[in-house]
Design a protein around this ligand. Sequence first.
Ligand code: MG
Length: 306
Amino acid sequence: VVSDVPILGPGREFDAIRALVAAWGTAAQGIGDDAAALDVPPGERLVVSTDTSVENVHFRREWLTPAEIGWRATMAALSDLAAMGARPLGVLSAITVPVSWQGALGDIGDGIGEAVNAANTKIIGGDLSAGGELSITVTVLGSASHALTRSDARPGDSLYVSGALGGPALALRSWLAGEAPNAAARQRFAMPHARLAFGCGLSALGCTSAIDVSDGLIADARHLAAASNVMITIDLDAIPRFPGASAADAASSGEEYELLVTAPSLTLRDFTCIGTVGAPGEKPGVIVMSGGARVEFAGGYDHFSP
Ligand SMILES: [Mg+2]
């Protein structure tokens, strides 16, 4: 539909934008002005997050299809809205495209559009630039009547996680060993699903805090513990595992995009109780138990670690 394609002047950059918007069809909305104007539902707050996916940092070209790269970058950003208990209002994608990737831009755009459709939201803007490495920055806007944070876990709460963890770690291990990952593990890495449907109901179910599992379950639990000034005890053996994953895989696998939440009590399909929240000792943190004994657990992804 011609009227959905932005009125832009001539030029190859603008041709590329026109092609993306035409391919997005109804997944795009109101693109072509200098900025998007949005309505936030009355009584709700605007919830905003941004997330960057960079070639050779977050993915490698030989691992994923261009459409998967677009999908994954978009779902990773949307997962932060799920963790805040927010419903998406719209998505902006800023893409830096090297010459070697220009031919794949349409497929990347398709992946972005499919993820946006799956999340029942719209692409409301973006930016396109030339550059040295493929980079996709997705900004997500959402709204919530009560945004969940990391800082309100309370002693006496229990800790719950959605899904079964470890699939992305299995896929990554195979790729790094030069092998093809099994299809199910590869799918968990390549096509994650933000837990948006769960996220927006969590606050009404009494959840006190939430985070999405992006660095690894234990590492993300440490973020919760620090923000809430509590001691979290996790039963390593209780963490639901993706088929073939070890307990350590499940505890450390990153980019799962499952939700880790605290609540006095939570009975919800797909959530498993894996620990408890207590008052901090000398400092807040995470204690990992296995077979009744405390185990040391290092790890979690840190971009700035050597
Ligand atoms: Mg997050």
